[in-house]
Ligand binder design. Structure first.
Ligand code: DQA
Length: 143
């Protein structure tokens, strides 16, 4: 079963970006972790990252058309992108919003997610393990 693991802006900088918040592991490490965890759950993980809102929206259309489940870290788009929200609203399979940090415990502007209401659910605050937990949720949720 195919799953898209999609990552928004600045997540290519994992490992060097604010390591006190996001940890020392890189995007490559995260991709490897997702492929391994996915494999153990019988999921074929297609892992992607973009800084481009249009590209992320097009990937979400691909997921909607193919009824492909998604693990999505929208990064900063979480807080303001109605385009990403509207793309998610078209989904036909489960979509789990993930965050490495716990946005609710951070700056005020991070307390709002414009995508949470159209996601199946949200997992935040467990570091890279948030992705593993999200893949588990996908594996255990019928689409
Ligand atoms: C993030 C939290 C967002 O507020 C932030 O803009 C990110 C990463 C997280 O994974 O903790 O880029 O989505």
């Amino acid at each position: 079963r195919a799953v898209l693991v999609l990552n928004g802006p600045n997540l290519s900088r994992l490992g060097t970006r604010e390591p006190d918040v996001y940890g020392a592991e890189t995007l490559e490490d995260l991709a490897a972790l997702c492929r391994k965890a996915g494999g153990e759950l019988g999921l074929d993980v297609d892992f992607r990252q973009t800084d481009d809102e249009a590209e992320l929206v097009s990937w979400l259309h691909e997921a909607a058309d193919g009824a492909i489940p998604v693990v999505l870290n929208p990064a900063a788009f979480t807080h303001y992108s109605y385009a990403v929200r509207d793309a998610i609203a078209q989904r036909r399979a489960p979509l789990v919003e993930v965050h490495i940090s716990n946005p609710a415990a951070r700056e005020e502007f991070r307390h709002t997610s414009v995508v949470a209401a159209v996601a199946t659910g949200t997992i935040a605050g467990f570091g890279l393990r948030s992705y593993e937990l999200a893949l588990r949720a996908i594996a255990e949720t019928a689409s």
